[in-house]
Ligand binder design. Structure first.
Ligand SMILES: [Zn+2]
Length: 497
C-alpha cells in the first residue's frame, strides 16, 4: 500500500534581545550561575506586573514578514495554564486565538534540487519556561530547576503539515536557521537551545476513499538538524510497522495524539507524558497585559528595512551574476558573511563566475583546512578581488593567480590581514606579469637562442625536443609569458636562421 509521510514542524526561536520579554532581567544563556537572572515578574510573584519588550516584538515582526506571513493589526496575550516545576507562575504567557502573524511560507530546496514552498500556519510570541536539571548520575533522584531562562522571548513558528520526507524536514529547518541568521534576530545556537524543534509526524496509508492515517506523534527535543532527520526516519518505520501489526488508526476510539521524546544516544523515540489538548490549558486573555495594535505604516516600514533573505540572494546570484543554482547554494548556505565576502570580490574583480570559482574552491578549502571563519580569514575580499581582476584583465595567468594567493596565505600571520598592495608587489617581485609585448618576447627569444648554441645545433639536426631547453631560458627572462606562444616563436625563429 502507498504510504505518504506527513510532517509539520514547530520551531521555537529564542530572540536576541538584551532583556527578557516582560521584565528587565538580562536575557543571556548562563547555565553556570543558575537562578541569578530572575525577578518578581519572571518568577510570577503576586502583585508584579509584566510589560512587553518592544524590541522582542520588533524582531518578531521582522521574522514574520521574512517568512511571508500576514501581520494581524490587533493581537493579544493569553495565559496557557499548566503545572510543571520549571513554570513557577503556573501559566505561560503566550498567544492563543489571535497570534500576531499567520499564513506565510518558506521556500526549501528538495533532494532533487527543485524548490518547494512549505506553508506556515502561524508565528506567535511567547515566554520561555525555566529548565529542569535531572540527576543523570543514576545515584540519586534529585532534580533541580534553573529559572534563568524563564521569560526569554520565544518566537514559535508553526508549519502546515506540508513536509513529505525526513530530508525535506531537515532542509526546512536548515533554511529557517539560515534565514534567522541573515535577519540577525537569534543566535540560533541549537546546542544551547536557542533554536528548538518539535515534529508532528504521521503516515497516510492507501489511496482515495480507503485512505487512513496513523495516529499523529509529536516528537520533542529535536536540537540538531540530524535529530530532525533521524527521528522522522525512525518514526516512519515505527508507525508503519505498528499499523501493519495492529491496524490502529487516527479516529479509532481511544486513539489520541501521542508525545514522544528523541534520544540521540539510542537513535530512538520513546513515549512521554500524554499531550494536553488546548482545552486542558484553559487559555484566557492575560489581564495584566494590554493588546498590541500594529499599523499598516509600521508593517510597511519594517518590510522596507528587511535584509535580503537567502532565497532572494540565491536567485539574484543566478540571474544577475550568472551563477549556477549549485554555486549560488554553496555560497549562500555558508551564511551571510561569506555571501557578503563573495559580493565584495565580485565588485572588485568584475567577474561573478570567476569570483564564484575562487570562493567555492580555493577559499572554502583553505578556510576548512585552517578551521577559520570568513571573518577570521587572512585574505580580505579586496585582496582576492584584486588577484582575480589581474587574472581576468590578462595581467597574470590563472596559474600565477593561484601562486599569488598561495604565497599570500603563507605570508599571513594570525592577527594581521594581507594588504591589497601586496598583490601587485608580489606580481612584480616574482615577475609574474604576462609578457604580451611581442617586442620584449622576441628579445628574450633571441637572447636565449644566443646562449644555447648546443640546442640550436641539435634542432638543426632534426631534434625537435631541443627546443625545451630554450623555452626554459625564455621563461626565466620573460616570466609570465605564455609557454605555448614562446615555443611557437622559438621554432619560427630557429627555422628562419
Ligand atoms: Zn525578570
Amino acid at each position: 500500500m502507498t504510504e505518504t509521510l506527513i510532517v509539520g514542524l514547530e520551531v521555537h526561536v529564542q530572540l536576541l534581545t538584551n532583556t527578557k520579554i516582560f521584565c528587565g532581567c538580562v536575557n543571556r544563556f548562563n547555565p553556570d550561575a543558575p537562578n541569578t537572572q530572575t525577578c518578581p515578574v519572571c518568577l510570577g510573584h503576586p502583585g508584579s506586573l509584566p510589560v512587553m519588550n518592544e524590541e522582542a516584538f520588533r524582531l518578531s515582526l521582522i521574522t514574520a514578514l521574512a517568512i511571508n506571513c500576514e501581520i494581524a493589526h490587533f493581537t493579544k496575550w493569553d495565559r496557557k495554564q499548566y503545572f510543571y516545576p520549571d513554570l513557577p507562575k503556573g501559566y505561560q504567557i503566550s498567544q492563543f486565538d489571535l497570534p500576531f502573524s499567520h499564513d506565510g511560507w518558506l521556500e526549501v530546496t528538495s533532494e532533487d534540487g527543485s524548490r518547494r514552498k512549505i506553508r506556515i500556519n502561524r508565528a506567535h510570541l511567547e515566554e520561555d519556561a525555566g529548565k529542569n536539571i535531572h540527576d543523570e548520575t543514576g545515584r540519586g533522584n534529585d532534580s533541580q530547576v534553573d529559572l534563568n531562562r524563564t521569560g526569554t522571548p520565544l518566537l514559535e513558528i508553526v508549519s502546515e503539515p506540508d513536509i513529505r520526507s525526513a530530508a525535506e524536514a531537515k532542509s526546512y529547518l536548515e533554511e529557517l536557521h539560515l534565514l534567522l541568521t541573515f535577519l540577525g534576530v537569534s543566535d540560533c545556537n541549537m546546542q544551547e537551545g536557542s533554536l528548538r524543534c518539535d515534529a508532528n509526524i504521521n503516515l497516510h496509508i492507501g489511496e482515495g476513499d480507503n485512505k487512513v492515517a496513523t495516529p499523529i506523534v509529536e516528537v520533542k527535543n529535536l536540537n540538531s538538524f540530524r535529530a530532525v532527520e533521524a527521528s522522522i526516519e525512525f518514526e516512519t518505520k515505527r508507525q508503519s510497522k505498528i499499523f501493519a501489526e495492529t491496524g490502529r488508526k487516527l479516529g479509532d476510539p481511544g486513539v489520541s495524539k501521542e508525545t514522544r521524546g528523541w534520544n540521540a544516544n539510542t537513535n530512538k523515540t520513546t513515549a512521554q507524558r500524554g499531550k494536553e489538548d488546548a482545552a486542558d490549558y484553559r487559555y484566557f486573555p492575560d489581564p495584566d497585559l494590554i493588546p498590541v495594535t500594529v499599523t499598516a505604516e509600521r508593517i510597511a516600514e519594517v518590510k522596507a528595512a528587511l535584509p535580503e533573505p537567502p532565497a532572494t540572494r540565491r536567485r539574484r546570484f543566478e540571474t544577475k551574476l550568472g551563477l549556477s543554482a549549485y554555486d549560488a547554494d554553496v555560497i549562500v548556505n555558508q551564511g551571510k558573511a561569506l555571501a557578503d565576502y563573495y559580493e565584495e570580490v565580485v565588485a572588485i574583480s568584475g567577474d561573478g563566475k570567476q569570483a564564484a570559482n575562487w570562493v567555492t574552491q580555493d577559499i572554502l578549502r583553505e578556510m576548512k583546512e585552517r578551521s577559520l571563519s570568513i571573518d577570521e580569514f587572512p585574505i580580505p575580499a579586496e585582496v582576492l578581488g584584486t588577484i582575480i581582476q589581474r587574472v581576468v584583465g590578462n595581467k597574470i595567468t590563472n596559474k600565477s593567480g593561484r601562486e599569488v594567493l598561495s604565497v599570500l596565505l603563507s605570508e599571513a600571520d594570525e592577527d594581521q590581514k594581507i594588504e591589497v598592495s601586496r598583490v601587485d608587489a608580489l606580481i612584480s617581485e616574482r615577475g609574474l606579469e604576462v609578457v604580451s609585448d611581442t617586442g620584449a618576447l622576441e628579445e628574450a627569444v633571441k637572447a636565449a637562442i644566443a646562449e644555447s648554441p648546443k640546442a640550436v645545433e641539435d634542432f638543426k639536426a632534426g631534434k625537435q625536443q631541443a627546443v625545451g631547453a630554450v623555452i626554459g631560458k625564455v621563461m626565466r627572462l620573460a616570466k609570465g609569458a605564455d609557454p605555448k606562444a614562446v615555443r611557437e616563436l622559438i621554432i619560427k625563429t630557429l627555422q628562419e636562421m
